[in-house]
Ligand binder design. Structure first.
Ligand code: DC
Length: 229
């Protein structure tokens, strides 16, 4: 099994980093959040009560709708009803509901089993999430934990949205929101955000994106004896 696990707090750049690293080393990128988002889409479509989630009903519907991940180039595309579901799972409605769904242990077990099955089938993957190195792939050959200071993450997130430059007030307000999320993510009872003891911790606050991608790709090449780029 060849797995690079990338964990970190909200807006630490995990997904974009994981995607770029996967391209650099010829692995597939697996975005674990997409599975939780697709499950949330199914729960919302079925009108299930998210506070008292009927997990067997949710998982039965997910299976019936063929919820899965299909390799596409270096990525995996989330599928529902046989069609790519990327647009359906990135809506504000799903974003608002996904925390409740991803907090349920049996839902996590199902998602984790899906991810492990892909890696065990021999697909080399770069997986990003919150608990990839700690829970999903504790045996991963390379675990990365990305940090960046809240103000830096806030500035990056606001810059991503495009449009007019963010004011100091907006940046500080976003940094406060991120700090509150860090606290909630680190203290939640199920699969809290932790940096595994054997993870390589990278503070990207002063790094350029390409620098962090190149650094992680170099570590992965060394661990998995991959050819140089
Ligand atoms: O990274 P994202 O925003 O697409 O993640 C969606 C949600 O799923 C987010 O609320 C955190 C949760 N999540 C999780 O609990 N564990 C993971 N491994 C990945 C995502």
């Amino acid at each position: 099994m060849r797995v690079v696990a990338i964990d970190g707090p909200a807006a630490s750049g995990k997904s974009s980093t994981a995607r770029a690293v996967a391209r650099a080393i010829g692995f597939h990128h697996l975005d674990s959040g997409a599975l939780y988002r697709a499950l949330t889409r199914v729960a919302l479509d079925a009108g299930l009560d998210l506070e008292q989630l009927d997990v067997p009903a949710l998982l039965a519907r997910a299976e019936r709708r063929g919820l899965g991940l299909r390799p596409a180039g270096e990525d995996f595309v989330p599928l529902l009803d046989g069609a790519p579901a990327e647009a359906l799972i990135r809506t504000p409605e799903v974003t608002a509901a996904v925390s409740a769904v991803s907090a349920v242990p049996e839902v996590r077990d199902w998602a984790n089993a899906r991810m492990r099955a892909l890696a065990e089938a021999g697909v080399p993957v770069v997986v990003d999430g919150r608990d990839i190195g700690s829970v999903v792939f504790p045996e991963a050959g390379l675990k990365i934990f990305l940090h960046a200071k809240p103000l830096v993450r806030a500035m990056r997130r606001l810059a991503q949205r495009g449009g007019p430059e963010a004011s100091d007030e907006e940046i500080h307000a976003e940094a406060d929101r991120l700090k509150a999320r860090d606290k909630a993510d680190s203290s939640r009872p199920v699969a809290p955000l932790v940096s595994p003891d054997d993870a390589v911790e990278i503070d990207t606050s002063r790094m350029a994106f390409q620098e962090q991608v190149d650094g992680i790709a170099a570590l992965a090449r060394a661990v998995y004896r991959l050819p140089e780029a």
